[in-house]
Design a binder for this molecule. Structure first.
Ligand code: DGT
Ligand code: MG
Length: 384
């Protein structure tokens, strides 16, 4: 591993991967107020505007103390806080509210689009299309899609087929999302996340011995409750592991389905994300986005849980773990940093140097940061 010069961490840095950001920050209520406006831009498809709000929120998350009147002049030293954001913060410091956010909250279109957006398979685009059809509530959506709440037929999506993005496939996904919406809206506490991981690895050991996993996603960033479980899996053998994980994803999902654990597969693929390097063995990241019926082997009433299974060869395991730990903004800036400052390409399936496509195989998570010329940021400080 070559070590380049390391940039120091600072809450004033332009890249969020250089700004340690806790799960709950000193200005959390300000963040939540601005987030209402950000969500509205997102739902209305105003992506550029949404990104500026995301960046502003991310900068505030890293600010080390409560913003008061006295701190306002300090804010001019921070990146991504333009005139508009500055006056919003001023308003919040004075009144404890931002009027625009309150207006948005009271808006019935925002309320409908927000509700639609909570359904797995429905994004802002589809939400707006459904709204334009005159639909306003989730109950009306159920009628429109002819879904009986709770009664999801468990073969709605054909298992183990490479996913397509056809209209029919999208509609199937939405139907499942609607049928399971009450279960999937319940967040998952940490002990249950851990138990799901243990069960997955137990089942996997019947197919392939010597595998290991890290629970990534919000869980790894310290969230007490998660919306889904993200498990990154590899084989412990650095030399031979690459061959051993190949094809494991489908085999595992098949087995979990036979055990009655996996009831739906929303998406499954051996994917080729690191496409600058298609000539190399970068088809090594396979993933399945599934629904589990949980708990397993129990007379307790079972609930549905979203579980993502990601398989990586040992050479790219820690890259994949970093790529799936998030937050989304942290990931976005890791990519940008790699590209703009280091002439490198980073994504969850690999790190490479642009000019000669040299590949990097970090052996630890610290090595991932080292390769990118970054100070290691603890997962619980990646909540940018
Ligand atoms: P939550 O909502 O409690 O599950 O919170 P998170 O932060 O775990 O959110 P999640 O599970 O949507 O995503 C976790 C991280 O994984 C996120 O930073 C982005 C990354 N990620 C999610 N989906 C994909 C994907 O399809 N491909 C890749 N490469 N990364 C993904
Ligand atoms: Mg997650």
């Amino acid at each position: 591993i070559e070590v380049t010069e390391v940039e120091l961490l600072s809450h004033k840095a332009r890249y969020s991967c250089l700004r340690p950001s806790p799960l709950v920050c000193p200005n959390q209520s300000l963040v939540e107020e601005i987030n209402i406006i950000r969500r509205s831009r997102h739902l209305e498809g105003e992506e550029r505007s949404m990104l500026s709000y995301s960046r502003a929120i991310s900068v505030i998350k890293a600010y080390p103390r409560i913003i008061t009147q006295r701190d306002l002049h300090d804010l001019h030293e921070l990146p991504f806080l333009g005139e508009k954001l500055y006056s919003m913060i001023q308003e919040f410091v004075k009144t404890g509210r931002i009027a625009e956010a309150q207006t948005i909250l009271a808006d019935s279109r925002f309320q409908s689009l927000s509700a639609f957006d909570t359904i797995y398979g429905i994004g802002p685009h589809t939400a707006r299309r459904l709204y334009d059809l005159g639909l306003r509530t989730l109950e009306e959506l159920e009628q429109y899609y002819e879904v009986i709440p709770g009664a999801s037929n468990e073969e709605t999506i054909s298992l183990l087929e490479e996913s397509t993005n056809t209209e029919a496939a999208v509609e199937k996904t939405i139907k499942i999302g609607l049928a399971l919406r009450h279960d999937l809206s319940h967040t998952i506490p940490r002990p249950e996340v851990e138990e799901i991981n243990r069960t997955v690895m137990q089942e996997l050991s019947h197919i392939q011995k010597g595998c290991k996993s890290v629970i990534a996603g919000g869980y790894r960033r310290g969230k007490p409750q998660s919306n889904d479980v993200d498990i990154v899996i590899t084989h412990a053998d650095w030399e031979l592991g690459s061959q051993k994980v190949k094809g494991l994803c489908k085999k595992l999902v098949q087995r979990l389905h036979e055990q009655g654990l996996v009831t739906h597969v929303m998406h499954i693929s051996g994917f080729h994300e690191h496409n600058a390097l298609r000539t190399h063995h970068w088809d090594s990241l396979e993933k399945a986005l599934t629904v589990f019926a949980w708990p397993h082997n129990s007379s307790w009433p079972r609930v549905y849980r979203r579980v993502d299974l990601i398989f990586a060869a040992p050479e790219v395991f820690w890259t994949a773990v970093v790529g799936w730990t998030g937050s989304t903004m942290f990931e976005r800036d890791l990519r940008l940093w790699a590209k703009q400052q280091k002439g490198m390409k980073f994504d969850s399936s690999g790190i490479s140097r642009r000019h000669d496509s040299k590949l990097y195989y970090p052996r630890t998570e610290r090595d991932v940061f080292k390769v990118l010329g970054l100070v290691h940021v603890h997962p619980t400080m990646r909540n940018a």
